[in-house]
Design a binder for this molecule. Sequence first.
Ligand code: PRP
Length: 241
Amino acid sequence: MDVINTVPVEEVPVGTVTSGPLDDRRPEDEYLTIALTKGRLASQTMELLGRAGFYCEELGDKKSRKLVFTNEEQKLRFFLSKGPDVPTYVEYGAADIGVTGSDIIMEENRRVYEVLDLDFGKCRMCVAGPESARELLRHHEMIRVASKYPNIAKDYFYNRKHQTIDIIKLNGSVELGPIVELADVIVDIVETGSTLKENGLGVLEEVCPISARMIVNQVSMTMKAGRIRDFISRVRDAVNA
Ligand code: PRP
């Protein structure tokens, strides 16, 4: 499934930032707000941002339960949220920028610009199940598919495989689906493959590769064009270094 709002950052129109009588904030005084995905992805993102020259010391304290962190000097504000909420914060402008997995961006399908592949958090979206399910897939039989990603699963089976399926939404430990005969197969992310292996399941088909991406609010991309372009370009250089 394609992310419909993916655009190379060079193609995003540059708006003029105006300061009317009711709004005399200068763009350099404004915070750039960045939504991070709690957990390992947030640590990897901060490590990458550090290499790009952006930092936030407060965020390093692992014991803290704080959710919002600021770097006054660089006018950056970071917050930690659940992955599936990151595109929501960015679409509504509560964050200018967000970092989360492409699996989540595809599943949520929010109106945001996807501007950068960060080249970490790599895994694969797969159809997995017991070996016996291979025949069901081959003959395009009506099957039950359990997934945390119902939109991705539907898109794959309906639009790419032209196969009618019954989707069952689960919220985690999806591998249980075929084991307890709730579903024939699952659509889920596979990183090392060990969860599948330890549960007697395997990859049957690959849907798409996954990695962490940077997304940007569509209005911020115009209203804070200079800062956001500079941010993206420094992070891009750090990714490519
Ligand atoms: C994810 C995914 C698989 C597992 C894959 O689950 O849903 O279960 O990781 O990783 P592996 O290939 O390295 O074994 P997660 O740990 O996010 O927990 P969840 O099942 O509760 O969603």
